[in-house]
Write a protein that binds this ligand. Structure first.
Ligand code: PEP
Ligand code: MG
Length: 973
């Protein structure tokens, strides 16, 4: 049996992989293979598949024997293509080693460059005298990177060695280090390695390579990677691939460079090629922020200079764009980026290196972008005919919509704030908080509920938890593509990077800007859209939506089948939700109205009253308020359905608790405080969520149901008389038995009929129930005989199905998630396998009993994208969520419609099958071609051998003669 294939080659003559193989090759590996297939110049290399990572961990961090064979075989292929040999003293092949999971993971291993270097192979790099410095610099960079990433030596040891050397010789800039200096540095690095690890730095290139491969696989389980996976919901089982690729050099002189670029602006989405590069530099120099990167395009360069107050003369001489510096290479790069965008139909994030004016592409991937850019790019690409509206809707995530709802600075408040300095507008949005200088403090302060801005010289993957915790990130160094900028954009967090105007002392915990000194705990505000850093606290507000956003939302509305309602208890919330596109109110919790102003006193009176008369008197004080509220809400909704739920929570939630309140109630009710206290005690329940609440209130105190119905129907009649359309729906909570519903329905219908008679007008309305008690779900057919609609109260349904208290479950739920018992919080995202069954059963039985029954959801899950997908599949008609989640729900519902579209699924399956068939056909063709050419050359060799060999001819003649003799002999005999 053939050994399992773990290693896939890519190179100028094509690749063994392609872009569809992300699960096997990781994102980076699959795209490198694809670029080779597209005949884009990529240095040859190979990818060790993600399956190997899984095998590695299953085998207690050991490899199967075939891996070494496959690595050697592919190494030979790279050598053949690049015309160099790994470990060769004259003409050494150097390698880069990078990790690459199926989705980009900044928490994982950093790149290792120049692998294969030692003091022997180094000589092979020196083709001319001027290369000597480059070669020694490459070696010291390699030792530093390898020592840090593979051997686990803290970077500061190497940094310290550089600083001491620079101080010793009075060197300011790294570029001033001479060959002798670099040789001295290499010697000190060797000492550091020995001191820190007890081992010598490995000089054998093969040993270096396997060390690097181990480090990549090892990094899959490092803490940063685990945290990042958890944060993004990535599975531990994916594994990472390892990409081993021939090195090309951007630091071999002034005709070399390296850069990163986005095919469109990742911050705004504008259709402008956007990139940064550095002349005579290696990849990590661009992102490390040690040198100021230059702009790729002339236009970008001029804009950059204007923002930094740099004259045109200085710009052109010191910071020319690539477009000016190497016009032919620039043109080539433009052709490639356009080709890539057309091919991938998405904005690409590319990395490139120019070695002696030859352009090499090192990476392409779908670029991370801000939420605003995601919307703009998706809409623009539809307009450009690159993608369909369905694709556009899938390109923007519900989380990104959430980010768009994030605050911006209030203009007036910002105007009066003092501008400290300006940095780069790395990730838009506004943030205000107290200064902290490290990730741990940001997390600790957040745990105490404090707002912070994380200030760093530059960030690294170790800072991720702090970046999550802070309201914004401010860095002293780094460009628009620095770690801080890229990660913040991905998180939707505001970030100002490269703030050279600030003197940041991370150790001393101070920032100096001219005369101003800020310390830990001081308030600052940052504007990630303009790069401004402001003193003090600046007020924020939610942004207005632009045309692209409206367009995308329109497409979503046309595509979705689920309607989106909102949970709103006030006219203000109702108005906000309508602006966000709500198509009705799915839940108006009437108890929230009971807390307003003085009403609570009447509510308390009603609860504490001794008899029906006393209760009715108290309710009479409330009815006017309720009617006014209902009037305003119904008016705001202009004929859209408004579901009003009857009183739901346990009564004692409304009772006075403070001595002052008790005294006040005693006075109002003309009794002693003792009596009030006794009544409060009597109302106490051991398990209130399973006690006297929901419809049990309206059954034991029918006058409450009567009052609420009357208030709503009176408001509806009044508006109807005014010519305003209304559509009320009265909802009975916590029904588990059809008789509960029937009892309440009777009161509702009788009360409504009375009001209609009094007002001389009829208004259409529905009476339905919440399905939030498991028994209610299971007997949904019985209930649907009477109820005109169901609204799933998934908060209570989850509580009662799982037996987790919705108020106290946080005490164990996060441990359950950490320990893998639960995948996610079931109060946030519906437990599809358990609670979901109750929803499915109730929907099915409800529809069977009443085919036109209205079905919706009003629990918190109504605003959760994964739950919305589930409700779509259950065939519900609407979800209802808080006003600020309405736009998220609109997009999620459209995505649910697209993702569950059978026609689309079939098309996708056919496309996948086609691409697999194409790959197989290509493989078969290549194998056949190979076999044919081998057979052809074999035949040719045989013919030549036959023609050229006298001996053979004689032999053949002899054999023929012998054969004939034997034949004759046989004939004779
Ligand atoms: C529910 O239980 O899901 C619901 C919406 O009602 P409440 O949260 O008010 O109990
Ligand atoms: Mg409920």
């Amino acid at each position: 049996m053939a050994a399992k294939k773990f290693v896939y080659f890519f190179g100028p003559q094509g690749s063994e992989g392609n872009a569809t193989m992300k699960n096997t090759l990781g994102g980076k590996g699959a795209n490198l293979a694809e670029m080779c297939n597209m005949e884009i110049p990529v240095p040859a290399g190979f990818t060790i598949a993600t399956d190997m990572c899984t095998v590695y961990y299953k085998n207690e961090r050991n490899y199967p024997p075939e891996l070494a064979e496959q690595v050697d075989e592919n190494l030979k292929k790279i050598e053949a293509v690049m015309g160099k040999k790994f470990g060769d003293p004259q003409n050494p092949l150097l390698l880069s080693v990078r990790s690459g999971a199926r989705a980009s993971m900044p928490g994982m291993m950093d790149t290792i460059l120049n692998l294969g270097l030692n003091e022997t192979t180094l000589n092979g790099l020196i083709k001319k005298e001027s290369d000597t410095r480059f070669a020694w610099d490459s070696l010291r960079r390699f030792m530093q990177m390898y020592g840090n990433v593979v051997m686990g030596i803290k970077g500061e040891h190497f940094e310290q060695a550089i600083t001491s050397l620079k101080n010793k010789y009075g060197i300011k800039n790294d570029l001033e280090m001479t060959v002798e200096n670099l040789k001295e540095l290499v010697e000190s690095y060797k000492v550091i390695v020995k001191e820190q690890t007890g081992k010598d730095f490995p000089t054998d290139p093969k040993e270096q390579l396997w060390g690097a491969i181990d480090a990549v696989f090892g990094s899959w389980m490092n803490e940063r990677a685990i945290v990042y996976r958890k944060m993004n919901g990535f599975s531990d089982d994916w594994g990472t691939a390892v990409n081993v690729q021939a090195m090309v050099f951007g630091n071999m002189g002034d005709d070399c460079a390296t850069g990163v670029a986005f095919t469109r602006n990742p911050a705004t989405g504008e259709h402008i090629f956007f990139g940064e590069y550095l002349i005579n530099a290696q990849g990590e120099d661009v992102v490390a922020g040690i040198r100021t990167p230059q702009q790729v395009t002339l236009e970008g360069s001029k804009k950059w200079a204007a923002e930094h107050n740099i004259s045109e003369e200085e710009r052109a001489s010191k910071y020319p764009s690539l477009e000016e510096y190497m016009p032919e290479v620039y043109e080539n790069l433009c052709n490639i980026y356009k080709k890539l965008e057309l091919h991938y139909h998405d904005m690409q994030d590319i990395e490139f290196t120019i070695e002696n004016r030859k352009l090499w592409m090192l990476q392409t991937r779908n670029g991370k972008r801000t939420a605003a850019a995601a919307v703009k790019i998706a809409v623009d690409m539809v307009n450009e005919g690159l993608i369909e509206t369905d694709d556009a809707l899938l390109r923007v995530t519900p989380d990104q919509i959430d980010q768009l709802l994030h605050p911006q600075f209030v203009k007036e408040s910002k105007k009066s704030a003092k501008l400290i300095t300006k940095g780069l507008p790395a990730s838009p949005g506004a943030g205000t908080g107290q200064i902290v200088f490290n990730a741990e403090d940001a997390a600790a302060w957040r745990a105490q509920g404090l707002d912070t801005i994380l200030v760093r010289l530059e960030t690294s993957p170790e800072d991720i938890t702090g970046m999550v915790a802070a309201n914004g990130i401010l860095t002293g160094r780094g460009g628009m593509t620095s770690h801080a900028a890229v990660v913040a954009r991905g998180m939707g967090k505001c970030c100002v990077s490269g703030c050279g105007g600030l003197n940041i002392d991370v150790e001393g915990k101070t920032i100096k800007a001219g005369d101003l000194v800020l310390k830990e705990g001081d308030w600052i505000s940052i504007d990630g859209s303009t790069g401004e850093v402001l003193l003090g606290k600046v007020a924020t507000e939610t942004p207005q939506f632009n045309d692209e956003f409206e367009k995308l939302m329109n497409w979503a509305d046309n595509r979705r089948t689920l309607k989106i309602r909102t949970n709103a208890d006030t006219p203000r919330d109702a108005a906000q939700a309508r602006k966000f596109g709500a198509q009705g109110i799915g839940l108006c919790r009437t108890e929230h109205m009971f807390f307003e102003g003085d009403r609570i006193k009447a509510v308390r009176e009603m609860i504490l009253a001794d008899d029906l008369e006393g209760r009715k008197a108290a309710l009479a004080k409330l009815i006017g308020h309720q009617r006014d509220d209902f009037y305003a809400i119904l008016k705001e909704m202009q004929g859209l359905p408004v579901t009003v739920r009857l009183l739901d929570p346990p009564l004692h939630e409304f009772l006075p608790s403070e001595p002052q309140q008790i005294k006040e109630m005693a006075e109002i009710m003309g009794c002693t405080e003792e009596i009030i206290n006794d009544k409060i005690k009597a109302l106490h329940e051991i398990n209130p969520m399973l006690g006297l609440r929901g419809c049990r209130l309206g059954i034991t105190r029918p006058e409450i149901t009567e009052m609420q119905t009357r208030a709503l129907i009176e408001a509806a009649c009044e508006l109807t008389k005014e010519g305003i359309k209304v559509f009320p729906e009265i909802m009975v909570p916590l029904v588990g038995n059809v008789n509960e519903f029937k009892y309440q329905e009777k009161i509702i219908r009788e009360t409504a009929a009375k009001v209609f008679e009094e007002k001389g007008i009829n208004v259409e309305f529905l009476v339905g129930t919440m399905i939030e008690v498991p028994r209610g779900a299971l007997t949904a057919d019985e209930i649907a005989e009477h109820a005109e609609f169901f609204s799933f109260g998934t908060n209570d349904l989850t509580q009662m199905c799982l037996g987790y208290s919705r108020d106290d479950a946080n005490k164990f739920i996060y441990q359950y998630i950490d320990k893998g018992i639960l995948e996610k919080n079931p109060f946030r995202s519906i437990d599809q396998t358990g609670v979901g069954q109750l929803v499915e059963i109730a929907a099915k039985r409800g529809k069977k009993a009443r085919p036109n029954i209205k079905l919706g959801v009003c629990g918190e899950h109504g605003g959760d994208p994964a739950s919305i997908d589930f409700f779509h599949r259950c065939g519900l008609q609407y979800v209802s969520c808080s006003p600020y989640r309405v736009p998220i729900a609109r997009l999620s519902a459209a995505q649910a419609a697209i993702n569950n579209d059978v026609v689309r699924q079939i098309k996708q399956t056919a496309e996948d099958a086609y691409s697999k068939a194409e790959t197989t056909a290509k493989d078969v063709y290549n194998t056949a071609k190979d076999a044919y050419s081998k057979a052809e050359s074999g035949l040719k060799n045989l013919k030549e051998t036959l023609e050229n060999s006298e001996e053979l001819k004689k032999g053949v003649e002899g054999a023929k003669k012998l054969f004939n003799d034997i034949k004759d002999k046989f004939k004779k005999d």
